[in-house]
Design a protein around this ligand. Structure first.
Ligand code: SF4
Ligand code: SF4
Length: 86
């Protein structure tokens, strides 16, 4: 079952849970250092091909695998480049 499923039939009826949120990148504040890429235990970050307004290839989320652990956030030297929502 999908991790972000909002409802499912269970033995005691329909179970609902909040949609799980993941890592969110602000590419304009990213310096492309890739510290977060190296630190991510799930290997779900990568440096993208798209340039931000400073001409930097910023990090991007691969789209799956994030467990919201926050390790990327604590390894990032830029205060507003990424955040992890739970
Ligand atoms: S929160 Fe954890 S799993 Fe998700 S991208 Fe960051 S380091 Fe990887
Ligand atoms: S999000 Fe932070 S750690 Fe990751 S590449 Fe950008 S500046 Fe570096």
């Amino acid at each position: 079952m999908a991790a972000d499923c909002l409802g499912a039939d269970g033995p005691h009826g329909v179970i609902y849970w909040r949609k799980r949120r993941m890592v969110v990148v602000d590419k304009e504040n990213c310096k492309g250092c890739a510290r977060c890429v190296a630190a991510c235990p799930k290997k779900c970050l990568e440096i993208g091909e798209e340039l931000n307004s400073m001409g930097v290839k910023s990090v991007k989320y691969k789209g799956e695998g994030c467990i919201s652990c926050g390790i990327c956030f604590y390894n990032c030297p830029e205060p507003y480049a990424l955040r992890v929502e739970k």
